[in-house]
Ligand binder design. Sequence first.
Ligand code: 5GP
Ligand code: MN
Length: 320
Amino acid sequence: MTKLEEMIQRAGTIAVLGHVNPDGDCIGSCLAVYNYIKDQYPQKQTAVYLEAADQKFSYLRGFEEIRGQWEGEAADLCVCVDCSDRERLGPFVSCLDQAAESVCVDHHVTNEGYAGENIIEPAASSTCEVLFYQFEEERISKAAAECLYTGIIHDTGVFKYSNTTSRTMEAAGRLMAKGIPFSDIIDDSFYRKTYLQSQILGRALLESISFLDKRCIFSVVRRKDMDFYGVDKNDLGGIVEQLRIIEGVECAIFLYETAPHTYKVSMRSNRIVDVSRIAAYFGGGGHIRAAGCTMSGSIHDVINNLSLHIEKQLRESEHV
Ligand code: 5GP
Ligand code: MN
């Protein structure tokens, strides 16, 4: 029996937490843990606490039961998934602090292990992949399988990013064998865009600017653009990915304004730049080819600061 299962068995009340700005792997991981516990141990009191999640994930069982606020009641066990550090738990960090026991399941290289027990596998594509191998396979229900599969496709860009391994495909294949509607999951949660989401993507591509000899590209969406199109941060997913696949680009940066002179930064790289190092330097984190942070200053300052680090890494790579 895995450590995670042992801890779940010991607990009567369980709180499941993910990170702020929850993405597919985060929501998939939280609901996979939730459904796995509900299926195996229906007598346990289990709840998922997350910031408002994108409605496109509402096909996942338990989505409607996600709570946006913690009532302040200490749980026997707090399970933190896909969250690289305490700060990224946002307002729910006190739920972790007050729980009798805690466990973190994650795949971020920058995770230093902030919970009581830490199951961190930086080589795994996604937290959902880590969870698949933590759960007993025959006890994974179709509903839990849909959650795990969702997380895996989101963090691998549908099995395309360099974090995808044969072990990832093995997990995905065994999840498919549970009879999940995998084509619908991929289209509905990954590729489908609303008209407005497509418009803002088009605008971001149109206004993108390349630098460092066209090896880098960036684009920004300002608050006023978001207001004009009537979109929020959940509508901006996938923009940095489109920038990354532009021919000749090594490093792509996407910014959106969260407050005056404050920008959420998403970075992607293809072969050379370790963007997690740059994000960590500016107080964020992530993975070698996909990372993020929040920076303040003018757009010019933000890009200049990032550019210095990217240029340094590109130069170093030429000298080895
Ligand atoms: P994205 O660019 O899609 O928001 O994030 C890419 C990766 O970087 C994800 O694994 C995400 O968890 C991580 N990440 C993004 N922003 C932050 C941040 O502000 N802090 C930390 N620690 N990680 C981040
Ligand atoms: Mn993840």
